[in-house]
Design a protein. Structure first.
Length: 280
């Protein structure tokens, strides 16, 4: 006869086996379960397993900004930058004096033994020695009492520097600076005598040789010597717009070059040029 204790032990064992086997259609496997352990065709045991811990991580993308650099470009666009945009800059170039002559070159041909004489300093760079002309007075008419007609080309009167097209042809002979007229006549460069102590002497053209000034070439430069005013020949001149704004009058400067220059004047040198035609 089977005792009650034996039955109890048997029931407990069956219950444990049933718990291990699980009920029909109960969970076997998945999260928190290990795979089924095969024992025989009639029995497999599904054992709890170690649950896998999953973690969710978020990553923040890291972006780096490349350092900007500036590269000089030889193109006309100036400065270029990468990757930023910068304001372009154009380097300032430094150049020497340039001609300020507003006219075209002359067409007259230089005759033998004659020379052009012109200024070689800004602001009258390559303005040519001559007499005042009709065209100058027409552009800037000035009323002069008892002289209704402006002076004609190559006439006596103020010496000026102006348009290459109306430049006079000149030379220095025996101390006289001569302007050779197309008609075959001659004009002579003189200086107006001023009060003692003046710093400049105005130049003019006369029909007769001048006795109070002696002209000479020093290299290609023109120099004048006026007894009583200069102790030696000087090649310093002044181009002044005191009486004309179109054709500066020429003065012999008795002071140092470009020193204490009057407000309406510019320091100049006069030099000869022997090219076939005038150039600007």
């Amino acid at each position: 006869m089977i005792s009650l204790a034996a039955i109890s032990l048997t029931a407990l064992a069956l219950a444990r086996n049933a718990l291990a086997q699980g009920s029909a259609y109960s969970q076997c496997g998945g999260i928190g379960w290990a795979a089924c352990t095969y024992s025989n065709p009639y029995y497999s045991q599904c054992l709890p397993g170690t649950a896998k811990t999953t973690s969710t991580s978020s990553s923040v993308p890291v972006t780096s900004t490349p350092l900007s650099y500036i590269s000089w470009s030889t193109s006309s666009t100036g400065i270029t930058s990468n990757p930023l945009t910068s304001t372009s800059a154009t380097p300032t170039s430094i150049s020497g004096p340039t001609s300020t002559v507003p006219w075209a070159a002359g067409t007259a041909t230089l005759l033998p033994n004659q020379l052009w004489i012109r200024a070689d300093e800004d602001p009258e760079f390559h303005f040519y020695l001559q007499s005042k002309t009709l065209s100058m007075c027409l552009f800037y008419p000035i009323y002069v009492p008892r002289r209704p007609d402006p002076p004609a080309v190559d006439s006596p009167g103020d010496a000026v520097i102006s348009n290459p097209a109306t430049a006079s042809q000149n030379n220095i002979v025996s101390g006289q600076l001569i302007q050779y007229l197309p008609s075959g006549g001659e004009l002579y460069l003189g200086v107006y005598p001023n009060a003692t102590g003046t710093t400049r002497l105005k130049l003019f053209w006369a029909t007769a040789p001048q006795k109070n000034v002696t002209w000479a070439f020093q290299g290609d430069g023109v120099e004048g010597n006026v007894p009583g005013y200069t102790t030696a020949a000087t090649g310093n001149f002044l181009a002044c717009t005191d009486t004309s704004t179109t054709a500066p009058n020429i003065y012999l400067d008795l002071g140092a070059f470009d020193y204490l220059t009057p407000a309406d004047c510019a320091s100049e040198t006069l030099n000869y040029y022997n090219g076939a035609t005038t150039v600007t």
